[in-house]
Structure formats: C-alpha cells, structure tokens
Write a protein that binds this ligand. Structure first.
Ligand SMILES: [Fe+2]
Length: 189
C-alpha cells in the first residue's frame, strides 16, 4: 500500500461519520480514489492569480475510470477539482446539509476546523497542515476554513453527497460562531 493511501486511510478512521443519513466515509473513499489518479485531472488543471480555480467533474466520465464499487456513491455525489496558489483560501464555511470529504492531491493545505462550544462558551478550534495524500471527511454542518499557507501550488479533490446546494459563511466574534452569509448553488456559483 502506498504511503499516501495508508496515511489517507488512517485519517479517514480518525474522523468517524457524524451524520447517519449520509456516507461521508464513502465520500472520502471517492476523494482519495480520484486524488491518487493524476491521469484523471492533470490535463484539466488551471491556476488563477485572482482566486482559487474550480472544476466540476462529469461523474459519468469519472465512473468509466473508477472502481465499480464506487459507482453508487459517485451517482449521488458532486465532485470538484480545486487549485490553490499560495495565499488562496476560503472563508470559514459549512456545506449546508451536505456531507463530504476532500483529499489533498498535490501540495499542502491548512485546515482550520471550528465547532460551536457550550452555550456562551468560546468555539473549539483546531488547525492542521494536510499534505498530499491526506483526506478529511465530515458530516453536515461541519465548519472549516481551508487555505494554502505554504509556498507551492496545491490541488485538491472535493466530494459532496448529497450535492452541495448552499454554503454558509461564518466569523468568530464575541458571540461565538456567527453566520455572515449564504451562498447558493445556481446563484453564487
Ligand atoms: Fe469546505
């Protein structure tokens, strides 16, 4: 087993499913399976100075190249390829009621995870550098921020199931985790 894949599987076990109605562990398997296949995405890559670059995969095209055991998950999922130049990143956000996963395919991304604390208490936060081969998976309403804090461009594969319909953005203030806006599929991206 490759070091990247064994590291990815270790990470997946470290983040058990949190939403029984969805299958984030399956999303993780899909993200890793695509992330370790640069032949599926190298020719698609673009990097943009102004912002992160995104590409939504045609899942029918992916299905032709992926293990049949992943096809059922793929049929329900939305799969994105993202590129991140140094300094590019997201605000704090969730994925609405979608669960999902992302795998780092090239470079390193820094993920900050924020969970609401006790009522009146400060949110709990953790930050980790995720090198190529690392994966994170999450249930609905998971709040995180992902940034390329290092000096090399990064590439990642993101899987959402059910499909992503909205993302809420947040800030941390005196009230804790405060929602600052909502971006909707078909309107904002
Ligand atoms: Fe996200």
């Amino acid at each position: 087993m490759s070091t990247h894949l064994s590291t990815a599987l270790r990470d997946a076990h470290a983040h058990p499913a949190t939403h029984p109605a969805t299958r984030p562990s399956s999303a993780a398997a899909l993200a890793v399976a695509i992330g370790v296949r640069p032949d599926l995405w190298t020719d698609l890559l673009e990097f943009r100075e102004e912002s992160r670059w995104t590409h939504q995969f045609d899942t029918d095209v992916l299905a032709a190249s992926l293990d049949p055991s992943l096809h059922a998950e793929l049929a329900e999922a939305q799969v994105w390829l993202l590129t991140w130049l140094p300094g590019q990143g997201t605000p704090l956000h969730d994925h609405g009621s979608s669960a999902g996963a992302f795998a780092v395919a090239r470079g390193t991304l820094t993920e900050r995870v924020v969970a609401a604390g006790r009522p009146g208490g400060a949110p709990r936060q953790s930050t980790a550098d995720l090198e190529a081969g690392r994966v994170r998976y999450f249930g609905a309403h998971y709040v995180h921020q992902v940034v390329n804090t290092l000096h090399e461009p990064a590439v990642s594969v993101h899987v959402y199931a059910p499909r992503l319909t909205l993302m809420n953005t947040y800030r941390i203030d005196a009230h804790g985790l405060t929602r600052t806006g909502t971006e909707r599929a078909g309107v904002d991206w």
